[in-house]
Write a protein that binds this ligand. Structure first.
Ligand code: UGA
Length: 443
């Protein structure tokens, strides 16, 4: 098929590239000319494992094209994906200005029948708005061209997006027209070699809702577990054991019940907020979803509180080695990362920070921690330790999993680890004489 993907952010670029990999001809569009020029050369703006070689391969095969002009790329296009950003508006709702701008441009320029797909995470009712916007532009032009608007939310995890796209757990398609649903089924059939059962079709509004509910449910599991961790600590239980105890019940499962420093990233915080807003706009006060958010805000600072309770409110004359800045491993993304909040909390009290992250240090230096004084960045984890009082682990990158604890002990002023991701073996650290603080366990 001939596909156009509008928006070369994370979702658009991964989706476009994976569709090209499956033999479609895909043109990715973005208003950012500089980005498009770079993409044409195979230079990609994000870090995502496996993406760059796939982009380069499909550029060479001429199955992946880039352009900054949408209007030239709608003729003979079978499916146009809207994958532009939906930033959080000031009131917490998703801002649809880019999505509707693209819909307008499609209506102004389309010449042949088209399926328009909402790929961006958009609130319930957006497909209707996209449909109306296109209809009104076609009416202005005095044209009647057949088109359908489909909701096809993405379920990609940063750091594992290629796998998620190429081998999906499920693909959700919301379509109010059978022929549009059939086209989507044909487009996705190469991704399901054994059975198409995991392509789930439904009405448009239910598909739009599914995306938010999936993320809100996962965020709920995390906040629930973080709250349980805090209670475990108070009563003297070990949340790591409790996690294994409950996860073994297949109805509960092991995934997304790891306590930590709270969920971050561009999806959970934004989508939980937007779902709450949707509920409120419809006259419902969502108690549980609000609590999920509140628990997460508190959780982000649990590690900072532990540091303060050991060293006191005044942290001047203290230096902390921070291992990990990104909101999770496998990405350079620092949006809503607990590290931002924890570092600011410590620096506010006079602490100096020695930071290292395998991928996110540029993001930290140039954006998220740009205005924060007192941070020195190092090129390796061990270099952060010299003259530091303690090491604080905030992202569970693989290279932090089994470090040389003798080296850590030797270098730190006082051998102490604060673990915001419960990665280490307490018994081992106790034997080595390293003071170990973790989430959800009293020392
Ligand atoms: C999430 C969803 O997992 C994807 O399915 C979805 O498509 C995506 O949002 C999106 O809406 O685009 P992502 O934000 O990339 O993906 O990251 P996750 O791997 O889900 O992690 C989210 C956060 O939860 C991280 O901060 C992670 O540290 C935290 N987390 C995860 C925990 O604290 N505990 C856990 O047990 C699991």
């Amino acid at each position: 098929m001939n596909l156009t993907v509008i928006g070369t952010g994370y979702v658009g670029l991964v989706s476009g590239t994976c569709f090209a990999e499956m033999g479609n001809t895909v043109t990715c569009i973005d208003v950012d000319k500089n980005k498009i020029e770079n993409l044409k050369k195979g230079i990609i703006p994000i870090y995502e494992p496996g993406l760059e070689p796939m982009v380069k391969r499909n550029i060479e095969n001429k199955t992946l094209l880039f352009s900054d002009v949408l209007k030239d790329n709608l003729e003979n296009c079978d499916v146009a994906f809207i994958a532009v950003g939906t930033p959080m508006g000031e009131d917490g709702s998703a801002d649809l200005k880019y999505v509707l701008q693209v819909a307008k441009e499609i209506g102004e320029n389309m010449t042949t029948p088209l399926i328009v797909v909402d790929k961006s995470t958009v609130p319930v009712g957006t497909a209707d708005k996209v449909k109306e916007t296109i209809a009104s532009e076609l009416e202005k032009r005095g044209l009647e061209i057949e088109y359908h608007v489909v909701s096809n939310p993405e379920f990609l995890k940063e750091g594992d997006a290629i796998n998620d796209f190429m081998k999906p757990d499920r693909v959700v398609v919301g379509a109010d027209d059978d022929s549009a649903a059939d086209t989507m089924r044909r487009l996705y059939s190469p991704f399901f070699r054994s059975s198409m059962d995991r392509l789930i079709t439904m009405d448009v509004k239910s598909a739009e809702m599914t995306k938010y509910v999936a993320n809100a449910m996962l965020a709920t599991k995390i906040s629930f577990m973080n709250e349980i961790a805090n209670i475990c600590e108070l009563v003297g239980a070990d949340v790591n054991k409790v996690r294994i105890g409950i996860g073994s019940d297949s109805r509960i499962g092991y995934s997304f019940i790891y306590p930590g420093s709270g969920y971050g990233g561009s999806c959970f915080p934004k989508d939980v907020k937007a779902l709450k807003k949707t509920a409120e706009q419809n006259g419902y006060t969502p108690k549980l979803i609000t609590a999920v958010e509140d628990v997460n805000d508190i959780q982000k600072l649990v590690i900072a509180k532990k540091v303060i309770s050991k060293y006191g409110e005044d942290l001047s004359n203290h230096t902390f080695a921070i291992w990990g800045l990104s909101f999770k491993p496998g990405t350079d993304d620092m949006r809503e990362a607990p590290a931002i909040y924890i570092i600011k909390e410590l620096v506010k009290r006079g602490a100096k920070i020695n930071a290292y992250d395998p991928k996110a240090m540029d993001e930290a230096k140039h954006f998220y921690l740009k205005d924060v004084d007192g941070i020195t960045y190092f090129n390796s984890k061990y270099e952060t330790l010299a003259k530091s009082n303690a090491m604080i682990l905030l992202t569970e990158w693989k290279e932090f999993r089994a470090p040389d604890f003798h080296e850590i002990k030797k270098q730190l002023k006082e051998p102490t680890i604060f673990d915001g991701r419960n990665q280490y073996n307490e018994t081992l650290l106790n034997e080595l004489g390293i003071e170990y603080h973790q989430i959800g366990k009293k020392r």
